[in-house]
Ligand binder design. Structure first.
Ligand SMILES: [Fe+2]
Length: 453
C-alpha cells in the first residue's frame, strides 16, 4: 500500500502535514487571566494515610469509570433505536443507560479529542488500546450531602476544616465561601492508564449533569454564552497510594512513575502546570474551567495496561485467595473483565487518588435559591448556541442540520482541548477509522500503520 504512492504524492502528504502542524504551533497564544489553584502538601499524617489506604482496601471492588452516566435527558435529538444485532454502529455513539437507544457518548468531548490526538503525549495507538488506558476504576458517591461524604471517608472533614483548604477556597471560589459538596470518589489506575484531558462537568443555574449530557454542558461553558448562569465549583485531587518515595524529589517521582496531574491554568494554548503524584499531596482548582488530566502512569517493573473492552464491565477486585499474609499487607488485586481474571497487581502498583467536588455559593440562601431554580429548557440552550453560530457565519440562519451534525459542529467550534506538545505529529493516525469510518480513515491508517505502537 505504501509503495503505491508516487514521490510527488508522498511529498504532498508531508507538506500538508507539516503545514497543519506549523499553523497550530505558530498561532500566537492569547493572554488570559490564569485560573487560580492551590497545592497542599502533607495533608494527612503518615498514620492517617495508612488509614486511608485501609479504607481503599475495604471497598474490595472498584468499577470501570465508563459506567458513570446519569442525565434525565441523555441526547439532543440524535438518539436512534439500538440494533440488537449490530449494536451502535456510529463511531461516536454508545448504548443509552437502559440499552434501548444509541446516543452520543456522554463525554464525547473527551473521547473524540483523545482518540484523534492520542492524548497529551500524542500516543500513536489503535482505538482499542487507547480505550483500555482510560478504563480506570472508581467508587463514586454522587449527590451525597456533606455528612454522608464524611461518613464514607472520615478524614475528609479534617481536610475541609483545615486553614489550608479554606485559603484554597478563597482563591478558587472568591466571594463564594459556602460550599455544597456533591461528589467524592476514589479513582484507581493500573499501570498503563491515564486520565484524558477534560473539563469537569460544569454546573449552571437550571442545567447540570442530572439533566443533560455532560458534553453539552462543556459546550455551554466553552462557548462563553452561559456565563450569566455559570456556577463556580472547586475540585480537589489528593494522592493516597502508599508508595515509599520519601527520599525522592517531585521531579524524580514524576519521571519514575509518570502519572502527574497536569492542568492548563494559563489556558489551553500554553504549557500546563504539573503536580507529581506524591502521596499526601493535593491540588485544588475549578476543574470545570481549567482543562486537566493525568500523564500516563507506568512505574518501573510493571507492564502496560491489558487490553479491555468498555463493554466487558471491567472491575478491580481484591483477591483474598492469592494475597499472601505478609506484614507489609501488599494485597493482590485482580482486573476482571467479562467475569474472567485478566491480570493481577500488587496494591503498591496502583495509583490511587481521592477526588471531590463542591459547588461554591455566596451564602446558604443562594444555595437555597439555586436548588429551587427551574430547569432550563433544552430548546432554549440549543437556540442560544445556534444563534451564535449564525452570528459567527458558521451556518445559515435557516440551515437544517441533523442533531448529530449539530453536536459535532458545536464541539469543533467551541471545545478547545489543546494538541499534544511533545510530538511532531499531533494527530493519532492509528485510530482514524474509528472516528471517520473505515472508508475515509482506513486509507491513511493503512499507510501509516508501521508507525503505530
Ligand atoms: Fe476532572
Amino acid at each position: 500500500m505504501m509503495s503505491s504512492l508516487s514521490g510527488w504524492q508522498w511529498r504532498g502528504l508531508v507538506v500538508a502535514l507539516v503545514a497543519l502542524v506549523a499553523a497550530n504551533w505558530l498561532k500566537p497564544a492569547p493572554v488570559i487571566k490564569p485560573y487560580e489553584y492551590e497545592i497542599i502538601n502533607e495533608i494527612w499524617t503518615p498514620q492517617e494515610q495508612s488509614e486511608l489506604a485501609d479504607m481503599v482496601r475495604s471497598y474490595s471492588e472498584f468499577f470501570s469509570v465508563i459506567s458513570d452516566q446519569t442525565p434525565a435527558t441523555d441526547n439532543i435529538g440524535e438518539a436512534v433505536p439500538y440494533d440488537p444485532e449490530k449494536g451502535c454502529t456510529h463511531p461516536l455513539m454508545v448504548p443509552s443507560r437502559n440499552g434501548s437507544h444509541c446516543i452520543l457518548a456522554p463525554r464525547l468531548d473527551i473521547g473524540r479529542h483523545y482518540v484523534l490526538t492520542g492524548g497529551n503525549t500524542g500516543l500513536k495507538e489503535s482505538y482499542d488500546k487507547l480505550v483500555s488506558r482510560l478504563l480506570s476504576f472508581a467508587q463514586f458517591f454522587i449527590g451525597s450531602n456533606k455528612d454522608a461524604l464524611a461518613q464514607n471517608i472520615p478524614l475528609i472533614d479534617k481536610l475541609f476544616e483545615s486553614p489550608a483548604y479554606k485559603k484554597a477556597v478563597d482563591k478558587v471560589c472568591p466571594g463564594h465561601p459556602y460550599l455544597d459538596p456533591f461528589q467524592l470518589g476514589v479513582i484507581v489506575q493500573i499501570p498503563g492508564q491515564t486520565v484524558a484531558m477534560h473539563y469537569d462537568a460544569p454546573w449552571f443555574w437550571g442545567a447540570d449533569r442530572m439533566q443533560y449530557p455532560i458534553w453539552l454542558l462543556v459546550v455551554m461553558h466553552a462557548s462563553g454564552l452561559f456565563h450569566d448562569i455559570d456556577l463556580p465549583q472547586i475540585q480537589g485531587v489528593a494522592y493516597i497510594h502508599p508508595w515509599k518515595v520519601d527520599n525522592m524529589t517531585d521531579a524524580d517521582i514524576a519521571s519514575t512513575f509518570g502519572g502527574s496531574f497536569f492542568f492548563h491554568h494559563e489556558g489551553p494554548e500554553r504549557a500546563p502546570g504539573r503536580l507529581a503524584p506524591r502521596p499526601g499531596s493535593a491540588i485544588l482548582l475549578d476543574g470545570s474551567k481549567c482543562i486537566h488530566g493525568t500523564d500516563l502512569y507506568l512505574p518501573p517493573g510493571t507492564t502496560d495496561a491489558p487490553m479491555m473492552q468498555k463493554d466487558s464491565k471491567p472491575s478491580l477486585v481484591y483477591s483474598s485467595k492469592n494475597t499472601p499474609t505478609t506484614p507489609t499487607r501488599d494485597t493482590l488485586w485482580n482486573v476482571v473483565a467479562d467475569g474472567k481474571v485478566v491480570t493481577t497487581y500488587k496494591f503498591s502498583d496502583l495509583r490511587i487518588a481521592l477526588v471531590w467536588r463542591s459547588k461554591c455559593f455566596a451564602s446558604k440562601e443562594e444555595k437555597r435559591r439555586y436548588d429551587n431554580t427551574p430547569p432550563l429548557e433544552l430548546s432554549a440552550i440549543l437556540e442560544r448556541l445556534r444563534a451564535d453560530l449564525v452570528k459567527r457565519n458558521r451556518i445559515d440562519k435557516d440551515a437544517v442540520i441533523a442533531p448529530i451534525d449539530f453536536a459535532t459542529l458545536l464541539l469543533n467550534e467551541y471545545v478547545n482541548y489543546p494538541l499534544p506538545r511533545n510530538t511532531w505529529m499531533p494527530y493519532n493516525y492509528c485510530a482514524l477509522p474509528r472516528l471517520f469510518g473505515e472508508k475515509q480513515g482506513g486509507i491513511i491508517t493503512s499507510l501509516l500503520k508501521p508507525f503505530c505502537t
